[in-house]
Design a protein around this ligand. Sequence first.
Ligand SMILES: Cc1cc2nc3c(=O)[nH]c(=O)nc-3n(C[C@H](O)[C@H](O)[C@H](O)COP(=O)(O)OP(=O)(O)OC[C@H]3O[C@@H](n4cnc5c(N)ncnc54)[C@H](O)[C@@H]3O)c2cc1C
Length: 1365
Amino acid sequence: MPSAVPSATTTGAEHIEPAGNEGPFVNGFNRKPNGVSTWPTNGHARASSVSSADTSNPTVFEPHTFDWNQHRGPGLTHGYHEEEAGGPRSRAYARIRSWGDDPKTAKFPRISKPMELMRTNYDCVVIGSGYGGGVAASRMARAGESVCLLERGKERWPGEYPDSTGDSIDQLHYSGELAPGWLPKKIVEGGDPTGMYHMIFGNCQNAVVCNGLGGTSLMNANVYLEADKDTLQLEAWPKEIRDNPDCLDEYYEKAEKVLQPEPYPDDWPKLPKLELLEKQAKYLSMEEKFRRVRQTTRFVNGPNSCGVEMFPSAMTGQDCTGLNDGSKNTTLVTYLADAWNWGADMFCEAEVRYITKAPYPQEGYIVYFAWHGRNRGHFRANLHGDLMWVHAKRAVFLGAGAIGSTEILLRSKNMGLDLSDKVGENMSGNGDILGFGYNTDHEVNAMGRPFPSPYHPVGPTITGIIDNRSGHDNPLDGYVIEEGAIPGALAPFLQAMLELLPGSIEPTGEGLIGKFQANLARLGTAFLGPYFRKGAIERTQVYLIMSHDSNQAYLTLKDDKPVLEFVGVGRSDHVKYLNRVLEKATKAVGGTFVQNPFYALLGKQQVTVHPIGGACMARDGTGSTGATNHMGELFTGSGDKTHSGLIVTDAAVIPTALGANPFATITALAERSVDHYAKSQRLTIDMTPNDVLDLFGSPQHKHIHNRKRGSVVHVDEVEEIAKIDSARNTIINARRMNDSGFGFTEVMSGYIHRDEGLKRDNVDTYKLAARRAESLSETARFFLSVQSFNIRSIINDPNHRAMLTGTFVCPTLEGSPFMVQRGDFNLFLLDRKAPGTRNLTYDFDMRGINGRSLHFHGYKVVDSSVALSPVQFWKSTSTLYVTITETLPNADRSCADADECGLLGKIVAKGIMRIQPQDFLSEVMTLTPTGSSIFRKVVSAGNFLTFFTRKSMSLLLAPLTPLQYPVQTCLGFVNNTPPTRTFKIKASDGVVTSLHMWEPTNTSIDTRDLFMIPGASVDHQIYALPTIRYNAVNYFRRAGYRVWITVHRIGMLMVAQDDWTTFDARLDFKACLEKIREESILRDENRAEPEKIYTIAHCMGSVALSTGLLDGTIPAKWIQGITCSQVFMNPIWNLANMIKITALPIPGDIFYKFLLGDWFSFSTSKNDSLLQKGLNQLLRLMPDSRKELCNNASCHRTTMALGRCWNHHNLNEATHRQIDRFFGGVSMTLMHILMKQGYQGGVTGNKPLFERLDTHDNIRRLKGVPIMLFVGRDNAVLSLESTEKTYEILTDTFGTGDDRSGVRYRRRVVPGYGHLDCWMGRNAWKDVYPFVREEVDRVVRGDGYRFDEPNDQFKELVESGKLLY
Ligand SMILES: Cc1cc2nc3c(=O)[nH]c(=O)nc-3n(C[C@H](O)[C@H](O)[C@H](O)COP(=O)(O)OP(=O)(O)OC[C@H]3O[C@@H](n4cnc5c(N)ncnc54)[C@H](O)[C@@H]3O)c2cc1C
């Protein structure tokens, strides 16, 4: 960082405060020491050298010769380098290598912000950052307004500007209509649209402007020349100015105080080009019109008017490609640095396209822009289609330059903004003429060099002027001639160009010796290069003329691209006359006069570096003669009505050529417009001077958001500010830690249907919504840039997070297009909802142009279905399931399941978006690593790609990846459901099992007992599952049931290893029922007979229950009704299980028993026996559909023994990952009887007879017991036929229904479910439990009973969407 306190290394002379330089911007350090000339030195020896005479009357065209002696005191004659004991400074000072103390972290300041930090609205939006934009940004920030500045180019500081030919060509952007006289006109566009040098082709005249933070001030020649009063009095100017041209004086003064122009000091090295111009002035009899012109080049060290540390000119002559020595008072180091210091937000690579009025009820304007950052230009169609925007609540200042602002206004007009028809008219090239005096007899040294010798410096590009503006009858005859320097980047071509261009005018009357010398010089350059001191190029004078042209040019849009028409400029008589003047001046010094290359090559065309006009001030205060009023405010049409706060502050407002370099006048007019605006709004512009700025630190004045004018601070604005602060911290920390990052841009498009009822979060709902949306043409598209500022956060953080910025367009949603900022992107986030699944999620709040906020949640599902299928992998990673919800103020969306949080809030719309193949190709081109060095970038790219490939491969090659073994800790146990009491139950054969009881949570309903029987190998947890938010026990307790669950002898108990069967387990149920009955009597002693008990039984629990009922062990009269999950008395294996039984030569159970023993445990570990481990590996080969593949060893073992017990996507990750905690094992004895029963299709007794129990007589025992059977449609354990058969038998036996007894048999197939997921599934609370409860309620409480939902936590969870997976 440049030192905060300048070291005033003077000769000890007194400090004198010169008049005219104590303005508000002059800080305490920036004072003139007394006459010390220390060029070029590192100390802050000499400060601003504007004499009092200079500022007293800026519009008088006295030569501004600077007299150092005035400041030095008598007798002191410090010459060039006198101060330098060690000789001249080395040429290395011509380029700043770093502005920072620690060049490792940041070499150059950055006062613009990343787009991620933009707010959605500001008081003022400023477009462009040249003089017009800079003034508006600085003044409005100082007035306490929140300011957003949008600049098309990039931010570059001195030291970063190109100086070689190659680098300069990289920065070239050309556009416009190429109209060479001899070829058809053609719209052209090429190069980097944010590159520094912008060449705009036009008819008859071409223009050169600059893009970048600092505008064309970055590449201009620094000449600060006020417009002459005669010109300001021309008819074209508004009355307020032409009648009182002095009104600009105070604003010129303001501009001077900031830009600090001063002439090239007398005591600095002599410059041959300046001396030659003086000679030429004499030859033209204009010696009294010659002078050194004031320029915004610094010739001293020290902070400038705005507090930015500056350096003296290294005299490179490179001003027109950007000065790297830190001596140029561009707007970057003055107005913009000041705006930054007063809290303005500036954003680069933001090309404004058009402006509209903000939709009601908002005020102000919406400024639409294309963001070129993050390589978004690779999406050509989207860049200018899917525009980002920012809301200007009060004012928009257009400072995009004459061509830029006019283009924006023309397009705005096309988009419906009412404007005057004069927009685009009255443009001028400021009468610019460029010419060369090639190979004169004099040394000129006008070829810029990045590192000139301090003994032979080129000098600033322009230092001298022949000011021929005064004394003409017609002010339009006035003009100025200046000498120039050619940037070194053009050196390689210059000679060829000057020699080959047609129409050059050679000197006449030269003697033989003269001709010989001239040819020798040409040869010298040709062989020894352009810098050969005696060569032709080193003897070439460059001329720049500014004069008056006809102001008849205009700008139009052709195919939405700006086209310039400068009719007849190059061919006018005036131009011919001026060319003759230059010819004469050249001839006098023995040179060949060469016109500018465009003149010769493109049919007498000119090139201007001073385009002005296009949105001119009206001369009569109405839109019929101009686009703006005298303050730059745009008319709404041809009358005098203006758009409040829509103000042009740049060269576009100037209604006529100035005949002088324009930026002094542009700046003064901008100061004037902004001053008028501030006064009209009662804003006070605080002119407190800045301290020396710490450009790597924080601004000295933080903008207090919305402090002005009693603005209401909305909750979402507060939230936005908090989010910006958090994003800023992320970015700053990444910079401080010198982290590297990674980013890319993505376009996805599809269909989104607006419907508040689309609550379900399943693929079918998304598909239906998308199909409906397609039929209604409800299209949607986003254009988002994903940026990780710290590569570690996307790779190592479990949320794999990056930031999203861009737009979302969906015309069906009011407020579209939406701005997306600081959104969350999660790459391969573990999906807690579904096992073996990873998601790519997109979560963001987005703001519509109507000010409304919505939340976007989208996820891509990459699950086992992608295994070994690249096509499916592409489909999965390119399909996004989208839900749009209302934004919840202060919603905590940072909960553990990032994907679920996105679904909070009221649903607005749903649909599907996809990546199109051509967009994918563009996306690949945008992949960009960031980092402070190439090495870091390479590492960053490597890390990201490795991570991406690793994750992709682990899913793509899932079956080949290592097996997942049980974990030690309890992951995702979110719902601990301990029983109220547990009883030990002793069956009639002495076997002891457990019975858990939960009291109801809803006491407003009459409590009834509900008995639930789990299947084989499991326990009560399948109903009281801790890994889902709402389990069956929670559900039935809430419905007023006292829930009893048995853990029986074939369940997950030690006793299960004692070879018990389903038939034996019936004894446990009987004992349990006895206990429940006993307890009911104990609770109500008056009761003579215990109540009947409704029973729910699952799978083999249900089979076991049926055996007890069929053989009469359990009296049917104890039972009020039964819900049988999957099966009852007719187990029939599903096909896969059937094959296991029938296809193997030896039955599986016998084979297993022989090899590994009688007990098969579903749990396993890495430390299991070799055989078990071998079995685990073998089980990977079990065939199943791709989407059901998984890597969990316990899951494989369950499937092997019982068949696949679930549709994987119905379980959540925590349940699946810990399946061993919910499954015990199975004995081969049990397996044997199960296989037998399942094969035969009916329940049996024990061996040896295995007697069938589902006989007609036994079945009659079930008379009067209502039974509901349900089964998952995808059941892979039992065939759907099991329940079908039972249902048929029951209805055949007892009839379909008997209204008198209320007995009904029901059967239900549950779509999308398998077997045990009907109870353990994450969404069973809505897909299964309700219809079971309805049946239980119907039977237990009667047909007329209606369940009233209590207002409890469950209801809240459902309504807030938190339970919706
Ligand atoms: C080589 C050269 C030498 C010059 N020398 C002198 C000189 O010595 N003295 C002098 O008085 N003048 C000189 N000029 C001209 C002077 O620099 C310009 O007249 C002056 O900079 C114009 O100021 P401005 O504010 O109107 O626009 P500019 O300074 O051109 O700034 C416009 C800014 O807006 C940006 N912009 C454009 N379109 C958009 C958009 N759609 N969205 C967002 N941003 C946009 C541009 O990138 C640019 O940064 C020179 C010009 C050149 C090219």
